[in-house]
Design a protein around this ligand. Structure first.
Ligand code: PMT
Length: 398
């Protein structure tokens, strides 16, 4: 799986840097092309000479070579890589990556990397357990980075606890599994809806909701990472995606979203309906701003919008899988199961506004999935990127 892959190995300054030499050797042995980028303190633990001899490439550690003025482009490196692995990642480098403190070549390369990033923390147990480290790691997860959890064991301080960098053999296995997973949806077409819909009342007002699109975009990105061709039909949101195999179709109203989905779904293998579609729209659009009159309160007559998920459920073919969401505030399980059956879905993902950190706008979500065969899986609160992985894992298993 690693043969021919371009991998940036980022090394920051911790005692576990000695393990990076083994990691580098294993990556090269597996057929990868490796470019080492090291921080100034990383060089205190392991010399660039060793690393460049093993990788067959000069180690990058400065923005430019002092005597020639040659500029080392972190942007080019970021574009070259199929993956970036930072091992060891110290508390300091983790904090810098989480907060964009671009004061060395490793961090600038990280910020420029378009490829997936794998981070193997290594530090003393108290540093690992500190709320600021925990928060920074959560931030990195929310950016879609992969954290290769440190193991428990004896640390450089001779204390025993969580903080030992994962063994190089395990990191290589982790990467191999990742590249294998990128083939899982190869050749498949996935339709995802995301965001709210806006139902226009007049040129300045609409009926909408608080959906930010974060959940739907995370699902589209995860499906694309697994090799799928993704069509993302998105309501008005302020986020975007730059993953090449996602075709984004921007819509505003439920009717527009419906029309695109009905056209696209017949050519899809999977449909994942994450949008918070407005159930009603004004019967009439007033093309002039409705004025505030003295005593009169305007009446806005509403009409039911088409139910996109139900429509796709009615035209679904046996080879297709259709997944819906249920955003509930009460009677959660009952309502979710009702939607699962009524809309002819194969799976429904319940998120409840009763759970803090779940639902609209947050970077996290807490879901329970229900399947048409009666199975149910409850998940803890996770980042939306991780929730998206769980959802894609579920549909692949199905
Ligand atoms: O965008 P975020 O801020 O990240 O928030 C994510 C989310 C909370 C919007 C998302 O996780 C979610 O729950 N999406 C579905 C919200 C919703 O409208 O739920 P619902 O229970 O009203 O709808 C049930 C299902 O039918 C959904 O799959 C919905 O997309 C679909 N539907 C609903 C109405 C309609 N007219 N057409 C539909 O297709």
């Amino acid at each position: 799986m690693l043969k021919g892959k371009h991998i940036i190995l980022g090394i920051s300054g911790g005692i576990a840097a000695y393990k990076s030499v083994t990691l580098l050797r294993l990556l090269i042995k597996a057929g990868a092309e490796v470019q080492v980028v090291i921080t100034p303190s990383g060089k205190e633990f392991i010399t660039p000479v060793t690393l460049s001899a093993l990788s067959g490439k000069p180690v990058v550690n400065e923005f430019f070579t002092a005597n020639t003025g040659e500029w080392h482009s972190h942007v080019d490196l970021g574009l070259w890589a199929d993956a970036m692995v930072i091992a060891p990642a110290t508390a300091s480098s983790i904090a810098k990556m989480a907060n964009g403190v671009a004061d060395n070549m490793l961090i600038t390369t990280y910020l420029s990397a378009k490829a997936p990033v794998f981070i193997a923390p290594a530090m003393d147990l108290d540093m690992m357990a500190h709320p600021s480290t925990k928060r920074n790691i959560e931030l990195l997860k929310s950016y879609g980075n992969y954290i290769i959890e440190p193991a428990e064991g004896e640390l450089a301080s001779h204390l025993v606890g969580k903080g030992r960098m994962e063994e190089p053999e395990e990191i290589v296995k982790y990467l191999s599994r990742f590249f294998a997973s990128q083939q899982e949806l190869k050749g498949k077409h996935v339709l995802v809806t995301a965001g709210p819909t806006y139902e226009k009342i007049d040129p300045v007002r609409f009926i909408g909701n608080y959906s930010s699109g974060k959940m739907g975009y995370a699902i589209a990105e995860e499906a694309a990472r697994r090799g799928a061709n993704v069509t993302l039909v998105s309501g008005p949101v302020s986020i975007s995606t730059s993953i090449p195999n996602i075709n984004v179709i921007k819509v505003e109203s439920a009717q527009e979203m419906h029309d695109h989905c009905v056209n696209i779904f017949p050519n899809c293998d999977y449909g994942i309906m994450c949008a918070a579609v407005a159930d009603y729209a004004p019967v009439e659009y007033c093309d002039k701003k409705i004025k505030r009159e003295k005593d009169e309160i305007p009446m806005i007559k509403l009409v039911k919008n088409p139910d996109i998920a139900a429509k796709l459920g009615s035209i679904k073919q046996p080879h297709q899988t259709l997944v819906g969401f249920a955003l509930e505030t009460n009677n959660e399980e009952y309502n979710a199961l009702d939607k699962l059956h009524r809309k002819n879905l194969d799976m429904i993902i319940l998120n409840s506004l009763q759970d803090s950190g779940a639902g609209f706008g947050t970077d996290t979500n807490k879901i329970t999935t229900y399947f048409s065969n009666g199975a149910k899986i409850e998940y803890p609160l996770k980042t939306k990127a991780e929730v998206a992985k769980d959802i894609i894992d579920s549909i692949i298993k199905k």
